[in-house]
Ligand binder design. Structure first.
Ligand SMILES: [Zn+2]
Length: 490
């Protein structure tokens, strides 16, 4: 009897062991301010995937067709017209519009706010992203009046969602587009002259590239399938060898990737990737990747997210996959507001916004300020000291030291114009064109001799105008500060 009892006891202990290990290994260490969504008792794999060869009809069942997706997007912007709009960034090879939903309290209106983009279905046979992006859009629409995270995103971010970058690949049920080109290898590469022929580039790739010329995105994420990991630049190495190849913002990217993986139900538990994140080149180097191009040429911090082990899971699993990824997606977008350094750059002489740039000392990467409001948004790791340098052509640069605590910080810069000898010459030449040397002399004499009092009045008026301009500039700066941040004016 004792022996049977002991055997039952041992077998019970053994059956609990794997879950005990999983629970022990998991600890959520999300930065403060982010919503934790940890599940202590989760395993890495979603479900036991049956690897049985499904027929084509089976795998697409329950997924939206391209026409279904288009209808769903149009229905969405009708349902949610107060906070969204739809627009197309181009067409696929087969002529299918690449529709984008923009979600914001002022969709289509330029504001001094960061912009984030989600791109799904880059690879035609990875359709989970396009489904989750519609679920995300609808969730934000349904909750932005009652959920603080949804409200924060709607009020402070312009969120652009392209559910399918590769509708042709989806309809053909294959990775590449209609020309069978892998779109995540079709961008110009920093190390090798691949894809430098503009004429040979795919229409979907060209659409993304011109999209980034029109809208300045602070950060983005493309959604893939086939693994469970948040991947960050660089994707390629200079010598084509597989090893960790850090980009200048390695720390920042590790932080952003961790926001995703730690907010995910089980990405963080990965046995393959420590913390559920990986440098692209350390995993396997690729060339012509979208994320590297975004960071270098679009000034946009892009992650490549592998969101399900199975590329084309049964559609019944989509609600589960949505629940697993929901907080990750929301927290990643919200991190643009909750973290980093933000602000605007102004000219001290006219008070107008200066679309200059921001550099962090020690990080060889420039962040451009917006063209209209000269607002900049610079993701950074919290809890560190930084030296922030603002510059603009024909203006003197300014530097300030900041301590980025747990919250985001607003630092506005007012730059003084550079007085150059070229400028003086230009002024003189303008004068010379207007007056001959004799008449110029007569004009000066006229002012000094007979109208000294006019001169005095003019000085008084100019001084008062300068004073008023400075006051207005200060009140403008106060107005544009965003509430959840510490503010400094430099
Ligand atoms: Zn992919």
């Amino acid at each position: 009897m004792k022996l049977i009892f002991a055997l039952v006891f041992i077998s019970l202990c053994l059956s609990f062991l794997p879950s005990l290990i999983a629970r022990g290994a998991y600890h959520s260490s999300l930065p403060s301010g982010f919503t934790d969504y940890s599940y202590a008792n989760s395993s890495r794999r979603l479900l036991e995937y049956k690897q049985a060869q499904s027929s084509v009809v089976d795998i697409t069942r329950g997924y939206m067709t391209n026409s279904d997706l288009e209808r769903a997007m149009k229905a969405f912007v009708q349902k949610c017209s107060n906070i969204s709009r739809i627009y197309s960034i181009g067409k696929s090879v087969y002529g299918f519009p690449l529709w984008v939903i923009e979600i914001s309290d002022k969709p289509g209106v330029e504001e001094a706010e960061p912009a984030f983009k989600f791109i799904g279905n880059v690879h035609g046979d990875e359709p989970v992203g396009r489904e989750l992006l519609m679920l995300l859009s609808n969730w934000i629409c349904d909750n932005h009046m009652k959920n603080p995270l949804a409200r924060l995103i709607v009020e402070n971010v312009h969120l652009h969602i392209l559910p399918s970058m590769n509708p042709d690949g989806f309809s053909l049920r294959r990775r590449g587009n209609a020309n069978n080109i892998d779109l995540n290898r079709d961008f110009p590469d920093q190390f090798f002259p691949v894809n430098d022929d503009v004429g040979a580039r795919q229409p979907e790739t060209r659409a993304i590239m011109s999209w980034l010329r029109k809208i300045q995105f602070t950060a983005s994420a493309s959604l893939h399938g086939g693994a469970l990991v948040a991947n960050y630049p660089w994707d390629g190495t200079e010598d084509k060898r597989r090893n960790y190849y850090a980009c200048p913002d390695d720390q920042t990217f590790r932080y952003m990737a961790s926001v995703y993986s730690r907010s995910h139900r089980n990405m963080y538990l990965s046995k393959e990737f420590q913390g559920g994140i990986t440098n692209g080149a350390a995993w396997y180097p690729i060339y012509g990747a979208m994320q590297d191009w975004n960071y270098i040429h679009g000034y946009c911090f892009e992650l490549t997210l592998e969101i399900s082990d199975n590329k084309w899971p049964n559609a019944k699993e989509l609600p589960i996959l949505w629940e697993y990824n929901k907080m990750s997606m929301l927290n990643l977008v919200a991190s643009l507001v909750k973290a980093g350094v933000h602000g605007r750059i102004f000219s001290s002489d006219t008070g107008r916004p200066l679309p200059g740039s921001i550099i962090i000392k020690g990080i060889n990467h420039t962040v451009k300020a917006g063209r209209v409001f000269a607002d900049y948004h610079r993701p950074l790791v919290q809890g560190e000291r930084y030296e922030v340098i603002a510059s603009a052509p024909q203006y003197k640069s300014k530097t300030t030291h900041i301590w980025l605590g747990e919250e985001a910080m607003t630092v506005d810069f007012i730059l003084d114009p550079e007085v150059t000898t070229e400028g003086n010459n230009l002024l003189r030449s303008v004068c010379d064109c207007t007056y001959g040397s004799k008449s110029r002399f007569a004009f000066v004499e006229f002012l000094w001799r007979d109208h000294l009092e006019v001169y005095f009045v003019l000085i008084v008026i100019l001084t008062s105008l300068c004073f008023l301009l400075k006051r207005r500039l200060k009140s403008n700066l106060m107005k544009h500060r965003q509430s959840p941040k510490r503010s400094v004016m430099i």
